[in-house]
Design a protein around this ligand. Structure first.
Ligand code: CU
Length: 182
């Protein structure tokens, strides 16, 4: 009896290992087929005295897909108060390819390549058209000076068409900064 139980447990463990391997393999497929891993809510914070938003953006987070903070294609909406200063820590967690970050005005459709200029002065990762190299961490900062609907995009060639974008909203009504996942 005991021996049988042990066998079952080993089989279960093997099953888990196989499942993990499948997840790892499917991670190389487009983002919509990959499991979702959401960011830590602490990655967005707002200081109402200094009007500073601290924002952590990680490209290719937790899985090797075209994602920001784990999600793609508009599944993340970051909202910040109008006139706040956004201090971004941007990490490219991909082991394979460059990724960047840029805030652009939403015009009713997704931008092509090359992308338009940033919506606010300084609202890109450094060298954004070429992206940040795998494993690198960079910082950039800008003032969200005009209310409206914007996109957080990866400006690297054709990445938007692979789903590498999310929403960025500048709100005159917002009292704090938030990140909402679909
Ligand atoms: Cu990208």
């Amino acid at each position: 009896m005991t021996r049988q139980l042990v066998t079952v447990r080993v089989l279960k463990l093997t099953g888990v290992l196989i499942a993990s391997s499948l997840v790892a393999i499917s991670g190389s497929l487009p983002a919509f087929s990959a499991p979702r891993v959401k960011a830590d809510p602490k990655w967005v914070s707002y200081n109402s005295s200094t009007h500073v938003v601290k924002l952590t953006i990680i490209a290719s987070y937790a899985q090797p897909t075209y994602n920001f903070d784990g999600v793609s294609s508009g599944a993340l909406t970051i909202t910040v108060p109008l006139h706040s200063r956004i201090k971004v820590t941007f990490t490219n967690a991909s082991a394979m390819m460059p990724h960047g970050a840029e805030i652009v005005k939403y015009t009713g459709s997704l931008p092509g390549s090359p992308p338009p200029a940033p919506a606010f002065k300084g609202a890109t990762s450094p060298n954004y058209l070429h992206g940040t190299q795998p494993g690198d961490v960079q910082h950039f900062s800008f003032v969200a000076g005009k209310a409206g609907k914007y996109l957080l995009i990866c400006p690297v060639h054709n990445h938007v068409s692979h789903g590498h974008w999310d929403w960025f909203v500048v709100s005159a009504k917002a009292k704090t900064a938030t990140a909402v996942f679909k």
